[in-house]
Design a protein around this ligand. Structure first.
Ligand code: AKB
Length: 322
C-alpha cells in the first residue's frame, strides 16, 4: 500500500482515516476525495484533495490513473437509519460506489477496502457471540447492501484476484466529524449534548438495547493492520467481525453520570432505530480476526469515555474562542 485513494473522505471515518494513513504512508501518498465542494476545500487544508462522485466511473478511473493509486478505501455510503428513508438512493449509492471501486481496482491492479457493518446481520442471527460465519438475513436496505457487498467483494477476489479486504464495523465512537444517519449515532451524540448547558440528552435507542461499539483509534488500526496483513494467513476476507466493547444506552449513560453527576437522560424512542438495533448483534465473536491477522483492540468503555469527554470539551472551548 503506497498510493492510496480515500473515496468519501469527508465523512466520520474518512476525516480521521486520511491523517492516519498520511502518518503511516506519507502525505504525498494519500489522495482524499469527496463529492461535496465545501468538504474538498476543508480536506485540501491538510491533504491532496479531489472532488469525486463515486458513481462517476470515468472520473473515478481517471483519478486512480492520475495518481497511480494502488489501494482504494471506498467509504461512500448512506447509513442504516437514513437508508430506510430512501432505500433506492441507499442501494444506488452503496452498491454503485462499491461496484465502481471493484471494477476500477480490477483494471488498475488495486487493493480495495470497503467497510461492512454489524448491520449485515439480521433478527435471526445469533445475537450473543455472533459467529464470523452465520445466518445473514438483514431487513434494512443498508444491511442488504452490506451482505451483497461482502459477497461481491469475495467474488472479485476469487474470480479476478482483486485483493479485497473488509471488517464489519460496530458503531464507531469518535470526536472528529459527526456520524450522520446511523443507528449507533447516539453513542457519539451524547458526548456533545451532555457537556452543553443543561447537561441533558434524549436518546432515540431503547435503553436496554446492546450493540457492539469501537473507539476510532482502534477502528483505524484495524483498517491498516488488516490491509497490511500477510494474505497467506487470511481464511476470510469480506468481512471480519471486530469489536472492542458492547453496552446499552443505560450502561453508557450511567458511566457518563459518574463523571458528570448533574447529567440527565431520557428516551424518545424512534421506532425505526428501535427495530434496527433490536435486529443487530448484542456482541460479536471476533476470534477469527484475532487469529487470522492479530486484531487486538486497546480501548475499553472507561478509557473511551474519559478521552471523548476531554476531546469534545476541548472542541467546545475552541469553538467558543473563535
Ligand atoms: C449505523 O449505525 O448505521 C452505522 C453502522 C453500525 O454501520 N454506524
Amino acid at each position: 500500500m503506497k498510493r492510496i485513494l480515500v473515496v468519501g473522505a469527508g465523512g466520520q471515518i474518512g476525516t480521521e482515516l486520511v491523517p492516519h494513513l498520511q502518518k503511516n504512508y506519507g502525505k504525498d501518498n494519500v489522495i482524499a476525495a469527496d463529492l461535496r465542494d465545501d468538504m474538498v476545500e476543508k480536506l485540501r487544508a491538510n491533504a491532496i484533495g479531489e472532488k469525486l462522485d463515486a458513481l462517476d466511473g470515468a472520473a473515478f478511473s481517471e483519478l486512480v490513473k492520475k495518481y497511480k493509486v494502488d489501494t482504494i478505501f471506498n467509504l461512500a455510503a448512506l447509513l442504516s437509519a437514513k437508508g430506510e428513508k430512501n432505500p433506492q438512493l441507499a442501494w444506488n449509492l452503496n452498491m454503485g460506489a462499491l461496484l465502481n471501486s471493484l471494477n476500477i481496482a480490477k483494471d488498475n491492479n488495486c487493493a480495495v477496502f470497503t467497510p461492512s457493518s454489524i448491520g449485515a446481520f439480521g433478527a435471526n442471527t445469533p445475537h450473543n457471540k455472533t459467529p464470523q460465519d452465520t445466518i445473514m438475513r438483514p431487513n434494512t436496505i443498508y444491511g442488504v447492501c452490506k451482505v451483497s457487498g461482502e459477497l461481491l467483494s469475495d467474488y472479485y477476489f476469487t474470480r479476478f484476484g482483486v485483493d479485497t479486504r473488509s471488517v464489519r464495523f460496530p458503531g464507531i465512537i469518535s470526536n472528529g466529524a459527526l456520524p450522520g444517519g446511523g443507528t449507533t449515532d447516539y453513542a457519539v451524540e451524547v458526548f456533545y449534548e451532555i457537556i452543553k448547558e443543561g447537561n441533558h440528552y434524549t436518546c432515540e435507542v431503547p435503553e436496554e438495547t446492546y450493540m457492539d461499539m469501537i473507539y476510532m483509534p482502534d477502528a483505524l488500526n484495524a483498517v491498516t493492520e488488516l490491509m497490511e496483513a500477510d494474505p497467506s494467513g487470511l481464511v476470510h476476507r469480506n468481512s471480519f467481525n471486530i469489536t472492542s466493547m458492547s453496552f446499552n444506552p443505560r450502561e453508557l449513560f450511567a458511566a457518563i453520570k459518574k463523571r458528570i453527576p448533574q447529567a440527565t437522560f431520557d428516551y424518545n424512542v424512534d421506532p425505526v432505530k428501535a427495530a434496527i438495533s433490536a435486529s443487530w448483534p448484542d456482541m460479536m465473536d471476533d476470534s477469527c480476526a484475532r487469529k487470522e491477522w492479530g486484531w487486538c483492540p486497546k480501548w475499553g468503555l472507561d478509557e473511551m469515555i474519559d478521552d471523548m469527554l476531554l476531546a469534545v470539551r476541548k472542541k467546545q472551548q475552541d469553538t467558543a474562542r473563535v
